[in-house]
Design a protein around this ligand. Sequence first.
Ligand code: ATP
Ligand code: MG
Length: 423
Amino acid sequence: MAKTIQAIRGMNDCSPIETPLWQWVENNVRNVLQSYGYSEVRMPIVESTPLFARAIGEVTDVVSKEMYTFWDNDEQLTLRPEGTAGCVRAAIEHGWIYNNEQRLWYMGPMFRHERPQKGRYRQFHQAGVEVFGIANPDIDAELILLTARLWKELGIDQHVSLQLNSIGSLEARKNYRSALVEFLQQHIDLLSDEEKERLEKNPLRILDSKNQALQDVLNGAPKLLDYLDEESRAHFAQLCTLLDEMGIAYEVNPKLVRGLDYYNKTVFEWVTSALGAQGTVCGGGRYDGLVEQLGGHATTGVGFAMGLERLVLLVQEVNQHIAPSRAVDIYVVHTGEGTTLPAFQLAEKLRTNLPHLRTMTHCSGGNFKKQFKRADKVGAKFALVIGESEAQNQQVVVKDLLGGEQQVLAQADVVDFLETAFK
Ligand code: ATP
Ligand code: MG
């Protein structure tokens, strides 16, 4: 036998058993986004490498060590590690945001070269939102309301909580950065080698260190919120007020800075304790400078991305009454001379008249027993049986596969019968 080839580590298949749950999650995402009037966009999976380097920042984990990059002749390309950079690129390129407000969303695979573990993969899927041209914090609040609604739809709202912070303007962050570095230098012996390197390049990331001794010391560190510029402070206060008034609970987490460089003002994460170490299911924030940084006219932006694998895991963990739906409702069984054509015709008629039902026609012959076995296997509720005499008399035997009863109907009456049976 030939040697088998396996999938790449951290890149998963989705089996026919798993897809109903995935589709259910994706449909909920789509429906909620549409109910807020957002428009879907689709971008390529591959973009030029400098786009990510410029948008996300050279010193971030994503750009410095997680990207899948390759040469295509003399151009360096990267499998997208996130969606914001490509969305901003497309928006500038096609003038979507020139003097215009846009509320956009996308869904699809992302790629990061990380150590695979539960909730962390090398190919994973995100649904993301990007809103351009609205500077007011009311839109920050809307994004949070929208995600809160989605958690309710998914039945996970009792298992996620909202962390909120403001990281202010670039200028405010610079001032804070110096204060933080000065503070951390007094505790340099607590820093790992990686954190020492971060101290030079990206010291704010040290705030979410996993090192408990360091975390204890960090409780006494200068707080970014104390360094905020007036405008960011007012923006944050308005956002918090609106969330309070809308009844959205949150915790202000002064250590929340998010991994990517492009954020300013609002940052937020929805976290859960039900998934172990990979607790962040959704993260986002404002990125008012990004469009200009990528060569567009200065336009404000705010968005978030959620990890679909983590949402699916969370739904499986906490919302077990969501049973994957049956793949098939009706199985058409036929055997004998002249039965294939009426079976196909009957199945087509059902699909035309009852498109919400899933009708499967048996293929490749075999006796009744074998065909009924298939009907059970695919989980059908009814079998429609056409033998030679039914074919001749335009009749069909309808067998309830769960209850066991069966009856003979005229083919002309089957649509009405099934319509009632599936009400
Ligand atoms: P983490 O701290 O878990 O690495 P991140 O800050 O790198 O997350 P973002 O870039 O903000 O993540 O991406 C948004 C969301 O995408 C995350 O909150 C998470 O749900 C999901 N996500 C990110 N990386 C992965 C991955 N490798 N596998 C699965 N989901 C991921
Ligand atoms: Mg990460």
